[in-house]
Design a protein around this ligand. Structure first.
Ligand code: PGA
Length: 256
């Protein structure tokens, strides 16, 4: 795991944007896994400003609430079009977001897996992390081998996401999420976390034991995982001096 610690969310976002931009420039028909929430907002804005060519890029979003109409301001469908897709030259047919309004949710979960496979797999998966260590909506105790499926949110996640809905009780309890097994098949993963409220989840994921109690800790088993943090999110890391030294002294031939 490569841990990149930057002084603030802006510079950490800049590093992540450079990684994604390079991926798109080097591989114009790349398959990206995308995330929602407050963490990637600045990243999407930065990517929009970079004027990249998204015409051949395919995307798969991590998750979606079940039962929220597409046009609901908190649906991830709405979020993605509002904050990224509506501002870049991506083709609508290349965008994939789990359909939380489908009649047969189990069926569309299976189809989502098939679509990822048919696209050749995900080249680079962007991830946030929940305060409870979830990635996507894979809550603690999710199977580390899980695939795209229905999950029930924990009270903690409903509490965390209440800020988007105004009220904890308005947060849908059921969601569709890519599984941990699905995420782990991405060729490269890029996790972003900012702020002190993520520090415990980050130290659990990066330096704690691999455990379904901390779903993001499975990234320790991923061959190409990068984690971009600001100082606050990195503040509990025991080996932070080492991570900083590694990043500051990367040989020029070793790309970010
Ligand atoms: P956030 O959510 O970016 O809104 O903090 C991250 C997550 O729950 O994965």
């Amino acid at each position: 795991m490569e841990v990149i610690i930057q002084s603030n969310p802006q510079t950490a976002t800049h590093v992540a944007a450079k990684i994604i931009a390079r991926q798109i420039r080097n591989h114009p028909s790349t398959v990206l896994g995308l995330a929602t929430g407050s963490t990637p907002l600045m990243l999407y804005q930065t990517l929009i400003e970079m004027n990249l060519d998204w015409s051949e890029v395919k995307t798969f979003n991590l998750d979606e609430y079940i039962g929220l109409p597409f046009e609901h301001p908190q649906s991830y469908y709405h979020f993605m079009w509002e904050n990224l897709f509506g501002h870049i030259n991506i083709r609508k047919q290349n965008v994939h977001i789990p359909d939380g309004n489908a009649k047969d949710i189990s069926k569309i979960c299976q189809q989502y897996e098939q679509l990822i496979k048919a696209a050749g797999g995900i080249d680079m998966q962007l991830l946030g992390i929940g305060t409870n260590g979830h990635m996507g909506f894979n809550e603690p105790t999710s199977s580390l081998a899980s695939r795209t499926r229905i999950k029930t949110l924990t009270q903690q996640t409903c509490h965390d996401n209440a800020r988007f809905f105004g009220n904890e009780n308005d947060v849908p309890r059921h969601v569709i999420t890519m599984g941990i097994g699905t995420i782990m098949e991405a060729r490269e993963v890029l996790m972003l976390a900012f702020g002190t409220n993520k520090a415990q989840a980050v130290v659990n994921a990066v330096e704690g034991p691999v455990s379904a109690m901390n779903p993001a800790s499975i990234l320790q088993m991923h061959p190409v995982a990068k984690v971009c943090l600001d100082e606050s999110a990195a503040s509990f890391l025991e080996k932070s001096d080492y991570y900083r030294w590694v990043y500051a002294n990367k040989p020029a031939w070793q790309e970010i």
